[in-house]
Design a protein around this ligand. Structure first.
Ligand SMILES: [Zn+2]
Length: 282
């Protein structure tokens, strides 16, 4: 009998919903295939805008109860994706959502970007030492779209992984320019779309020649859509009878749901990574 340890994937995300928006298909696929998936979320997303009118009083400038509510949304999303190992960096409530770049909440004393960098990187390294992931996923240096918490998540992940002898690869999740443009072109033909289409260049995308790894998630889009729907304060998902689906954040811009998720190898051996984060690791 050969006992082979399951591959171990650890993802570091800034807020509840990022795991589903950026990597929901990847998480669902690897969890379904028996990988041990650990999700680390750095904040509770307290500064998020609230989409449903009936939940508007949860917002930071009202009752400031959004963080606790989003914890419940995240638990539902984890259930949809098959994540059984979820942690908040430093424990639940340790650091607060800093808000978008340049807003007053950036300066709140508990904001993630005001936190001690070494403490944050050390907290992540402790999780890495316990979980011993083969592969770690986070955002690129721009945080994917410039959010200061995403950038900090990238920075602490880079430092923590460099101090680990267990991590064999680090990937940065990105969105494909080609796939996004093709998806928007398809959505432009849908007549009953309830959102506005993005202007050219409005959605953050990465040129495809920079992408090292394309993870097919077509078989796991149902799980991804269920996870996105779980984040009802942040995301609306739309599907029509013809099978078209897309989602929008509070800005109301239609974003296509594509059948792959895209990565750039940041460190580790590149052999075998074209379509599998664990490819060639053996
Ligand atoms: Zn985020």
């Amino acid at each position: 009998m050969i006992l082979t340890a399951p591959p171990r994937l650890l993802l570091v995300h800034a807020h509840p919903d990022d795991e589903s928006l950026w990597t929901g298909g990847t998480i669902a696929r690897y969890a379904a295939n028996g990988a041990h998936v650990t999700l680390v979320t750095c904040t509770l997303g307290e500064e998020g805008e609230v989409i449903p009118d009936g939940l508007a009083l949860l917002a930071a400038d009202e009752s400031d109860q959004l963080g606790g509510y989003r914890n419940g949304e995240l638990r539902s999303a984890c259930a949809a994706l098959g994540v059984v190992d979820h942690r908040y960096l430093g424990g639940i409530g340790r650091w607060r959502d800093s808000g978008m770049v340049g807003v007053a909440s950036n300066a709140k004393p508990r904001a993630f970007i005001q936190g001690d960098f070494t403490e944050q990187a050390s907290a992540l390294l402790e999780i890495i030492k316990e979980v011993r992931p083969d592969v770690v996923v986070t955002y690129g240096p721009d945080g994917g779209y410039g959010h200061p918490d995403h950038i900090r998540a990238h920075e602490i992940t880079t430092v923590a992984c460099a101090q680990s002898s267990d991590v064999r690869r680090v990937f940065h999740v990105v969105t494909s320019k080609r796939a996004t443009e093709a998806g928007v072109a398809e959505l432009s033909a849908v007549r009953d779309l309830p959102y506005r289409l993005p202007e050219p260049g409005e959605l953050p995308v990465t040129p495809d020649e920079q992408i090292s790894t394309v993870v097919q998630v077509a078989d796991h889009l149902d799980a991804k859509l269920r996870a996105l729907r779980a984040h009802q304060t942040q995301v609306t998902v739309w599907q029509n009878d013809s099978g078209w689906s897309c989602y929008a954040l509070s800005n109301g811009i239609a974003q296509p749901i594509v059948d792959s998720e895209y990565y750039i190898l940041a460190s580790g051996v590149p052999d075998g990574i074209a379509d599998d984060l664990f490819g060639g690791l053996g």
